[in-house]
Ligand binder design. Structure first.
Ligand code: PMV
Length: 367
């Protein structure tokens, strides 16, 4: 296991003038939710997610060494970069990247020495209500690690991926679970070897075949801007009356998943996953100020899934992110039945009848 200080490099052995890298990183869907954090994006409780496959960000990072490393950019920052989204300059994303660079500068001292062009796009539709921060920050972190590896080629693979996850965490907490592995744990948990608050790790124990090709169909209920950002939502856990019990419950649920992952007990899996989704939203509803991110159609879908499951005994369940969209989770063997059910009964609750078919994937890929 690495300590925070292990990720602060001393000296680089190589010099690199210019070049570019291209990485894709996927989104992920949490089964046990991260909601509440401490300083520096340290989670208040551990979480675990399935890595997705199709919903991803593709980011090209071009870099060129600057002549004078201390030159300030137009906003008075020491970092120099251009940002393109779908090929066009996107000024409103820049403050977020600038803040990300400030947070990770201590881990990547070379950042100030280069001018970067970050060219990024998502495979999922723009403003679909699917957060691109996890895949986006992970893809950028992978590219930055490729540059660090060029400066220090002796770096091990283990260090490369764990540091990439640490950097991604500093961009957006859940992004640290979008780096490597199908099932990823983030946050220190006594019964999960190697788990850390600093970065996500590949789930280290046995996973039953039933989870290996799990499906996630994302029903786009509401594509609008969220009324409450997840940053604010996390913050509201600080003086939350149920926070301590909730954080303890996340540990308990993660423990339960260890045996569920091993024996493939979908009935128990569904209980944990749906309870986690509703608890996340219960925390929002019981914050001060309180808020509701679900929409009437979110509840219609949940009820329809429960009815369908009761009638057919098909092991399909839902989870939710910090928004109104519904992730429908099910094993690959029942795919045909569930997709038919979605087309027949759920599409009517989706905005413009839109949904995205995804499944469990392996993490970031260098192109
Ligand atoms: O990574 P953030 O700060 O956007 O938080 C995401 C939190 C949830 O998506 C609601 C839960 C999770 O664990 O992904």
């Amino acid at each position: 296991m690495f300590l925070d200080t292990d990720f602060i490099p001393s000296k680089y052995t190589q010099t690199v003038e210019n070049g570019n890298f291209l990485w894709t990183a996927p989104s992920n869907i949490a089964l046990v939710k991260y909601w509440g954090k401490k300083e520096n994006q340290i989670p208040a409780n551990p979480s675990v997610s399935f890595t997705l496959n199709n919903c991803k960000t593709i980011t090209k990072l071009a870099f060129e060494k600057k002549n004078i490393s201390t030159q300030l950019n137009e906003t008075g920052s020491e970092f120099s970069f251009d940002l393109l989204f779908e090929g066009k300059p996107k000024e409103d994303f820049k403050p977020k990247i600038n803040k990300f660079f400030e947070r990770i500068a201590v881990y990547l001292p070379f950042l100030k020495d280069y001018h970067f062009t970050i060219d990024t796009e998502n495979t999922f539709p723009h403003s679909s209500g699917i957060a691109s921060s996890a895949s986006g920050m992970a893809a950028l972190a992978m590219n930055l690690m490729s540059l660090e590896k060029a400066l220090n080629p002796s770096m091990t693979d283990d260090y490369f991926y764990q540091k990439a996850s640490l950097l991604a965490r500093l961009g957006s907490g859940s992004a640290c679970r979008s780096v490597k592995g199908q099932v990823v744990v983030w946050g220190s948990q006594a019964n999960i070897k190697g788990s850390s608050d600093l970065y996500g790790v590949e789930y280290p124990y046995v996973i039953h075949d039933t989870f290996k090709d799990f499906q996630d169909t994302i029903l786009l209920v509401d594509k609008g801007e969220k009324q409450v950002s997840s940053t604010l939502g996390h913050d509201l856990m600080h003086d939350h009356p149920y926070a301590e019990r909730r954080f303890a419950q996340a540990h308990e649920n993660l423990d339960k998943l260890i045996s569920i992952f091993e024996n493939g007990d979908l009935e128990e899996f569904i209980k944990v996953v749906e309870s986690e989704a509703l608890t996340l939203h219960a925390m929002m509803m019981t914050s001060m100020p309180y808020f509701i991110l679900m929409k009437p159609n979110t509840l219609q879908i949940i009820n329809a899934i429960w009815k369908f499951r009761e009638a057919t005994k098909i092991p399909v369940c839902f989870t939710l992110d910090a928004g109104a969209n519904v992730h429908v989770l099910y094993p690959n063997v029942v795919k045909e039945n569930v997709l038919q059910f979605i087309k027949d009964e759920l599409v009517g609750y989706c905005q413009n009848a839109q949904y995205l078919c995804d499944q469990i994937g392996n993490g970031a890929i260098q192109v």
